[in-house]
Design a protein around this ligand. Structure first.
Ligand code: ADP
Length: 510
């Protein structure tokens, strides 16, 4: 089915993807399509009275809250309301943070018995656990993701990473048998906006377990849970300067990368910035890990359990509004089952609930920022212009905030932009294949290589296919499953180095 309005293949310009839009009422942009479900869930809004947010956040440097010259607003993308002001770290603030991390490294952390370091990390994990609900609500308000996901994915996984690496702190000799390793020094860590607390945990926990100290910068649009983490670090009594938390933009990030005293850089973000960082660190001797973009193939063979695969497709692309570097954004479906897969996918979209991220029934929350919404719309328009067939969920959207209807394109050619570029939104591109070797060839036909999915009833086919896929993580008959004990990372332009698992320790030792 082509979704066209008045014969025009164009996205509407009201900030929503409301192709097929009727009128507005009750704060929702109404979609007039009759294929909508006939009943609605009652609202079940998560209570936010218990959360404690300051109006203004200073930088967390050397165990103290340090004022900066400039502050910027962080907003709730679901309501466009300002949540707090946060400090913008200048070059001199970065210098202060790095020096305090260096001092803490030289004087305390590198000298501390590994078992004692482990105790501090355990303490961080336990305090996050105690404050799990507050973390989840703040993550949802600052980033737009559904409360269901922050409660069941972001926060539990983040604290599990601290627990996991706390356990490694005094067992490093078992992680590197036959090799004598030592810590590196100050780790500069830069994270993106899609999983702020979780990305911070992926980076801070192994760094501390290996005896390094940290300067970490949050992304522009999602600084709040990192400052909550700073409060946890205070409460855990970590020696001052071991973890320094700052906020700012690309310039702040570049100052961390360029600082002569940061000996290790860990970056998660776009391939474009990853390349800049690689150039910036070339020849400096800094140890570098990059976790960059992706355009994962989710491969559905004709013998796959189709209903389970539909759930895997939905989870693969609409989880966290598609703001996931390992999202299954390219669906490769065997031609013989293409029609049934598309039919079932259309049906499944009717029950995917889009809306208030704080509503416990919401599946797909708000797009993280207006800028990201514009980028998604631009690429969706490119898909339409290039001749792919668009299908969008017919749900109503909240009138305020940044939302986009879950979308998929069929009849996608390999040359289309939507088959090659990372959209980082709830937009799936569907391509087809006839033989297993064609599936592998198409799956590998990308600059990226972060993840992939394989759906088939045959175990042998799974092993044969995944041994040929050039992707760091391959899920079979499931998608987007994470565990602190499993390493994660990419090939090609998706970066290098692994985070998670025993392998994740390697990035923080020499
Ligand atoms: P996205 O496009 O998804 O926002 P970016 O790669 O631009 O991804 O941003 C990821 C993180 O990298 C953010 O914290 C951002 O502030 C930071 N960043 C952006 N540019 C640079 C840079 N030149 N050097 C270091 N960090 C940067």
């Amino acid at each position: 089915m082509k979704i066209l309005t008045d014969g025009k293949k164009k996205l509407n310009t009201n900030g929503k993807s409301d192709i097929n839009t009727g009128g507005r009422s009750n704060g929702l942009i109404k979609n007039s399509d009759k294929a909508k479900p006939k009943w609605e869930y009652s609202k079940s809004i998560e209570d936010k009275k218990h959360i404690k947010l300051k109006d203004k956040y200073d930088l967390f440097i050397g165990g103290k809250w340090v004022k900066s010259k400039k502050y910027f607003n962080t907003i709730n993308p679901a309501t466009e309301e300002v949540l707090a002001q946060v400090a913008y770290a200048s070059d001199s603030d970065v210098d202060k943070a790095v020096r305090s991390a260096e001092k803490a490294y030289d004087k305390v952390w590198s000298k501390m018995a590994p078992k004692e370091r482990g105790k501090y990390i355990f303490r961080i994990a336990r305090i996050i656990q105690e404050k799990a609900r507050e973390f989840a609500v703040i993550e949802t308000m600052d980033g737009g993701k559904s409360i269901k996901e922050s409660k069941t994915v972001d926060v539990p996984l983040a604290l599990a990473h601290f627990f996991y690496y706390a356990g490694w702190a005094d067992k490093l000799k078992y992680a590197f048998p036959g090799r004598k390793v030592s810590s590196i020094g100050v780790a500069g860590q830069i994270i993106p906006w899609n999983f702020p607390l979780l990305m911070a945990a992926w980076k801070i926990a192994p760094a501390l377990a290996c005896g390094n100290t940290v300067v970490i910068k949050s992304a522009e649009t999602t600084p709040l849970t990192l400052y909550k983490l700073a409060e946890v670090i205070e409460e855990a009594g970590l020696p001052e300067g071991v973890v320094n938390i700052i906020s700012g933009d690309g310039k702040t990030g570049a100052a961390i990368v360029g600082h002569p005293k940061t000996k290790k850089i860990a970056f998660t973000g776009s391939t474009e910035v990853g390349k800049i960082i690689m150039r910036q660190t070339a020849g400096t001797g800094k140890k570098l890990t990059l976790e960059l973009g992706g355009k994962a193939a989710n491969i559905i063979f004709e013998d796959a359990p189709i209903d389970a695969a539909i759930e895997g497709i939905i989870n693969g692309i609409y989880f966290n509004q598609g703001h996931v570097c390992c999202a299954g954004s390219r669906l490769l479906v065997q031609e013989s089952v293409k029609e049934i897969v598309i039919k079932k996918l259309k049906h499944r979209l009717t029950s995917l609930r889009v809306g208030d991220p704080l509503d416990k029934n919401t599946d797909v929350g708000a797009i993280n920022s207006l800028m990201q919404l514009e980028k998604i719309k631009e690429l969706v328009q490119a898909g339409i212009n290039e001749g792919a067939e668009i299908y969008q969920s017919k749900c109503d959207l909240p009138e305020r905030g940044y939302f986009f209807r879950p979308t998929f394109f069929s009849e996608v050619a390999q040359s289309h932009r939507i088959a090659n570029e990372e959209i980082f939104g709830p937009v799936l591109s569907i391509l087809t294949f006839r033989t297993p070797s064609e599936a592998v060839e198409k799956a590998n036909n990308t600059f990226y290589g972060l993840s992939a999915g394989v759906w088939t009833d045959k175990g042998s086919k799974i092993f044969k296919t995944l041994s040929k896929l050039r992707a760091g993580v391959v899920w079979s008959n499931t998608y987007n499953k994470f565990n602190p004990a499993s390493p994660f990372g990419g090939y090609k332009e998706s970066g290098f180095g692994r985070e998670g698992g025993r392998q994740g320790l390697d990035a923080y030792v020499v």
